[in-house]
Design a binder for this molecule. Structure first.
Ligand SMILES: O=C(O)CCC(=O)C(=O)O
Ligand SMILES: [Fe+2]
Length: 291
């Protein structure tokens, strides 16, 4: 199975069909060199403050990051994250519409998606391959094996916008097309002719393309095997908006007050990261802000 590359101007249905079939799609003509250069300039100061040894979160060492990306890069925010094709896919796969009974009245409402993470990952020499994983593991999403895609199956939808061509030697993301339809048993990436990783393909991208995928797709950064250079990727994921608290505790309870609360209350208000990698600030459990 391979991944389809679809021109930006194609009808939305072409993207939906590709994503439902493969779990992902490459969008060609998504952006251009000058826009990528603007984005690079905006994140570079943040990357420059970092060492490359971090192993927090999903990091394997050899990777610099710019967290809080949607706030820090106007270009990522307005050109990539706000892109109409990306946002239409986000709405298509993550909107939750339900009809509920209020006494005798049927009320139908749609809950729009939310940004879950925006981060630039700048991978450099010394970065090992990530283990193949599903990003929705962070949300403890569960999956029933299926032949065909069904609405509301996913709660996470992401886009990767590389700042350079990506290929095997600079750690192009390894993906397993079709794995979004797998269940939660131990994954089998093998094929009779291709060996243990026969179902895994490199999502090699040209500068200017974008890669979109469902949160249930098995994938992982490849090994950065070159001696120099870097692979910059702007990554953004939205989750279904129903994955949030009813009362926004972070805006309702001032940090100075939360510092006085007991551990259990701090945890219920969301001030402790859960594993794996859910609810952090700058890749660290937010308790450091309460110190
Ligand atoms: O850098 C990449 O290509 C993928 C990164 C990734 O999958 C992750 O950090 O969860
Ligand atoms: Fe991932």
């Amino acid at each position: 199975m391979s991944v389809q590359c679809i021109p930006y101007s194609s009808p939305r249905s072409a993207f939906v069909e590709a994503i439902e079939r493969d779990g992902c799609v490459i969008v060609s003509d998504f952006t251009n060199d000058s826009t990528l250069e603007e984005a690079r300039k905006e994140v570079q100061p943040y990357l420059d403050t970092q060492d490359t040894n971090s192993t927090v979160g999903a990091l394997n060492g050899g990777t610099k990051t710019c967290t809080r990306l949607v706030g820090r890069s106007k270009t990522v925010r307005e050109k990539f994250f706000s892109d109409p094709v990306y946002q239409d896919m986000v709405r298509h796969f993550l909107n939750r519409t339900t009809t509920n009974w209020m006494g005798d009245d049927a009320e139908t409402n749609t809950c729009p998606p939310l940004l879950s993470i925006g981060i630039t990952m700048d991978t450099r020499p010394g970065s090992a391959a990530q283990r193949l994983h599903r990003d929705d593991k962070n949300h403890h999403a569960r999956h029933v094996a299926a032949e065909k895609y069904a609405p509301d199956r996913d709660m996470l939808f992401g886009m990767f916008v590389p700042g350079c061509d990506t290929f095997r030697a600079n750690g192009a993301t390894r993906i397993v097309p079709g794995s979004h339809l797998w269940g939660d048993d131990k994954p089998d990436f093998s094929t009779p002719s291709g060996g243990k990783f026969g179902k895994v393909v490199d999502a090699e991208l040209k500068k200017g393309e974008a890669f979109m995928m469902l949160g249930s797709l098995y994938h992982g950064a490849g090994e950065y095997s070159m001696k120099d250079g870097n692979r910059m990727v702007h990554i953004m994921f939205c989750c279904s908006g129903s994955y949030r608290q009813e009362e926004i505790s972070y805006l309702s309870y001032p940090v100075e007050d939360v510092k006085q609360y007991s551990d259990v209350v701090q945890e219920r208000l969301g001030w402790r990261q859960s594993e794996p990698n859910l609810g952090w600030v700058d890749l660290k459990s937010p308790e450091f802000l309460l110190a």
